[in-house]
Design a protein around this ligand. Structure first.
Ligand SMILES: [Zn+2]
Length: 102
């Protein structure tokens, strides 16, 4: 059985880096993107030292109930996003969307 993963819009090169399973069996995707302009790193970013592709940013998106991090705004705090994604999975009762099982 092949799964199709849908990701949320992020600045660039977004892709899931981890998944959590909801109580109903749907997936919560922890998604990494890249912020080439360092908007979210404005205090500490130095354009001269930009990593290839930009600075990493993260968000989560439930593929069962379509909930997402507040405002769908990515964050630079991977640990906090991981905890939030796992917390959502631990309370969400959504079952997988039909297109996740094609
Ligand atoms: Zn959910």
């Amino acid at each position: 059985m092949q799964s199709t993963i849908t990701t949320v819009a992020l600045p660039q090169a977004a892709g899931p880096i981890a998944h959590f399973v909801t109580l109903g069996g749907a997936l919560v995707a922890l998604v990494q993107g890249f912020d080439p302009d360092a908007h979210l790193y404005s205090v500490r970013a130095n354009p001269k030292h930009a990593p290839a592709g930009g600075w990493p940013v993260y968000t989560w998106h439930c593929l069962g109930c379509w909930a997402a991090r507040s405002g769908d705004t990515p964050s630079t705090d991977l640990a906090a996003i991981r905890v939030a994604a796992n917390d959502h999975a631990g309370t969400c009762r959504a079952v997988p969307q039909p297109d996740q099982h094609r």
